[in-house]
Design a protein around this ligand. Structure first.
Ligand code: ADP
Length: 718
């Protein structure tokens, strides 16, 4: 056999894999974990490929094989594809895959010993101690030895004479197996038809995408459970991606109830230990049902059978830092590489997914409203031009009236306010100073609950000052605009007897607190819940009959071409909360623009009308799904030089038809963490390989130290 060369990819930000030689008698294969020298360090990397060494080049040797339980092929392909698509380095993507690579260390498999049951009379005292005091079995030799106060050599000797059995076993106790045969709910005819379609796709056992489309409460979850059951029946693993905010215990318990075993949860706040265990159980194929946030995409499933993306339109699927990617799109890519079916579920599918369904690329599985259920609530628009609240108040007369009616009937209200904190702006009435976050172009948000002024972008926080930091005025500082806390205060002032609580990512930082609050809401122990989008998914509040959207305009702001879509999606979902109840629900939306088409479509309950208007606009402007967009963000410590970097970048643009460059201009957050930000948009006609184009372009320019060029394929915010 000739000497082997291997291409090793390290989890670092370099353009690709490096060649190494494999010292005899070592052999490696694609997917193996190895240690190899890079610079002065020894680093863990993955073998991406091997070939016979023909060139006789003088390459560095691989130092050591770390594990020969290789990463499966599809995830290696996935790493390369995600990097290519998002114009990132494969090493950065590998870093996401290996986030818990320490899962391999200590080895996931240990030799565990247990008695064979054979027990002759003439046992030596040490051997007897091993059997009587060494348990519980099975256990590692070292554990048995220390419990029985003997040397581990004794145990190994016992294996030789047939008193103990040694087995290679996973160190962790396995997760409880989900049971696909447990009965689900009795499905309606329409639900059964939809479930059958999905199950058929799972049976075909190859790549397909189904868009499961039905209003909130129509039973989408119950329906995709049937597809999940089918994949489990085949002995395969299932990955379910949900928005981070839906990963509450209550959300997970629903899977537990359906399949008799809690799913494996994967999200940013699980402990390192849970993470390692999950990682290795997924890699071994033993973890069957994984419910996770977007990062679950990068788990090395050994035997994936189905991917579900629930709430596929949700913006939290977009990762905005490091490798910028959209988990929904990457889930479809993963499905293609694994050659397995993908289900995208939503009550308000993204225009991209609807377009794919309309053009036949995705199967469109539509669920009608749940029989017997109340459909969407009545939605009323409150024109704030004619219902102006007093200065410093934000709830109009009709809104207050609607809440009062619910209170008198013992029903619940939800006031939806998509802004954390008390007030988004702190202003000095004396000198006009606005409190800004240091090094960042954003206002400090007042948080009364904690008495702090915080920057939501950088995490900067300081004690709320009593005097103006600029002019020193004693009573100068005043709060401008509403956040959830302020709306809660106002509601409490209107209704001193009411039980008012806030649900936002500040107050519900711990999963336990989320659970507790949602539990109180479900049990009717809260009269008025004031919340950010955190309330949007996952719970059933039977006594909730009124939803008030405090600021419907917040969702349409500025020059964002997706604002209409977002407005519609958010309001449908929020309004849909009330629709779940068996009581008639009602929703009010406060707005200065009641004529806005999206709001009109909402009031009419006419999604087709909304989608039609929106698609027309997108097509006219060449926006997705009719063309593709990338954004390039330039970061740097000096404004002029950052602008120049952006302009130089533009001059290096490769010449291609079907590409239009817009900018550079100031990015929406023109300064962040002490760095200036300039932004460029690239619009590509259909058929142009935008990722390839951007990669070619990107490699032409190397930003100077401290400067950064970041590419965002299909940006979500404008
Ligand atoms: P979606 O995911 O579309 O919002 P869900 O699957 O969560 O809808 O269903 C909404 C509620 O209705 C849940 O409490 C669910 O258990 C219940 N439900 C849906 N379909 C049925 C059914 N066929 N029989 C009984 N309950 C159902």
């Amino acid at each position: 056999m000739s000497r082997q060369n291997a291409q090793i990819l390290f989890p670092v930000n370099v353009p690709g894999a490096f060649d190494y030689s494999v010292p005899e008698p070592m052999r490696v294969e694609r997917g193996d974990f190895v240690f190899a020298p890079i610079g002065k360090q020894m680093k863990l990397g993955i073998v991406m490929g091997t070939k016979a060494d023909e060139t006789g080049r003088d390459l560095k040797d691989i130092a050591e094989i770390k594990s020969t339980r290789p990463l499966p092929d599809p995830i290696l392909d996935f790493i390369e594809w995600v990097a290519r698509y998002n114009v990132a380095s494969p090493g950065q993507v590998l870093r996401m895959v290996l986030r818990s690579w320490k899962a391999l260390d200590p080895s996931p498999i240990a030799t565990l010993y247990e008695p064979t049951g054979d027990r002759p009379l003439n046992l030596t005292p040490a051997r007897r101690a091993a059997l009587t005091k060494g348990g519980p079995f099975p256990a590692r030799a070292s554990e048995i030895a220390s419990r029985a106060r003997i040397s581990s050599g004794v145990i190994k000797g016992m294996v030789k004479v047939g008193l103990m059995r040694a087995d290679e076993r996973p160190v962790d106790p396995p997760y409880d197996e989900p049971d696909p045969e447990l009965p689900g709910r009795d499905l309606s005819d329409a639900q059964t038809a939809a479930a059958d379609e999905l199950v058929t796709q799972v049976r075909k056992d190859r790549f397909s995408v189904s868009l499961l489309d039905g209003v909130t409460g129509s039973g989408k979850t119950e329906v995709y459970f049937e597809a999940v059951a089918e994949a489990l029946r085949q002995g395969r693993q299932v990955m379910i991606l949900v928005p981070e905010i839906a990963l509450t215990q209550a959300g997970l318990s629903r899977f537990g109830a359906r399949f008799g075993a809690e799913p494996v949860a994967w999200h940013s706040s699980i402990t390192d230990m849970a993470r390692r265990r999950a990682w290795r159980e997924v890699a071994s194929g033993r973890a069957k049902l994984v419910v996770g946030a977007r990062s679950a995409l990068f788990l090395p499933f050994a035997n994936l059978g189905l991917i579900v993306v629930d709430e596929e339109h949700d913006t939290s699927f977009k990762q905005e830092e490091g490798v910028i990617y959209n988990a929904r799109d990457m889930a479809v890519l993963r499905g293609r590489l694994e050659d397995r079916p993908v289900i995208l579920a939503s009550a308000t599918p993204s225009l991209e997914s609807l377009h794919n369904a309309r053009t036949g690329r995705y199967a469109h599985v539509v669920l009608p409203e749940r029989p017997g259920a109340i459909t969407l609530p009545d939605i009323g628009l409150i024109d704030m031009k004619s219902h102006k609240p007093e200065a410093g108040s934000f709830l109009s007369g009709p809104m207050v009236q609607a809440v009062a009616e619910r209170l008198s009937r013992g029903e619940q209200s939800l006031l939806y306010m998509n802004r954390r904190g008390y007030a988004p702006l702190i202003l000095c009435r004396v000198c006009g100073e606005r409190l800004k976050s240091p090094d960042t172009d954003s206002w400090l948000v007042e948080h009364r609950a904690t008495g702090r002024a915080m920057c939501h972008l950088t995490g900067f926080s300081m004690r709320m000052p009593r005097t103006c930091p600029k002019c020193g005025a004693e009573d100068g500082l005043t709060s401008i605009g509403p956040g959830v806390e302020r709306i809660a205060d106002e509601a409490q002032t209107h209704f001193p007897q009411a039980r008012v609580e806030i649900l936002s990512s500040d107050t519900t930082a711990t999963p336990d607190e989320i659970k507790a609050r949602l539990g109180r809401m479900e049990r009717g122990e809260i009269d008025i819940l004031v919340g950010t989008q955190m309330v949007v998914k996952g719970h059933n509040f039977p006594r909730l009959t009124f939803v008030g959207v405090v600021d419907g305009d917040l969702l349409m702001g500025g020059a964002d071409p997706r604002a209409g879509e977002r407005t519609y999606q958010t309001l449908v979902q929020v309004a849909g909360r009330a629709g779940r109840a068996d009581m008639a629900g009602e929703a009010f939306i406060q707005t200065h623009h009641p004529e806005h088409e999206a709001l009109q479509a909402l009031v009419a309950g006419d999604r087709n009308m909304f989608v039609g208007v929106e698609m027309e606009m997108r097509e006219m402007l060449g926006l997705p799904p009719f063309g593709r967009i990338a954004a390039v963000i330039f970061w740097g410590p000096d404004l002029k030089k950052t602008q120049k970097l952006a302009k130089d970048f533009v001059t290096k643009a490769p010449r291609t038809d079907g590409i239009e460059i817009l900018g550079p201009s100031e990015a929406p957050i023109a300064r962040l963490r002490g760095l200036y930000r300039q932004r460029l948009f690239i619009r590509a006609e259909p058929g142009v390989d935008l990722s390839k184009y951007m990669t070619a372009w990107r490699t032409k320019i190397r930003p100077p130290a401290k400067y950064k060029i970041q590419i965002d394929i299909d940006p979500q915010s404008f």
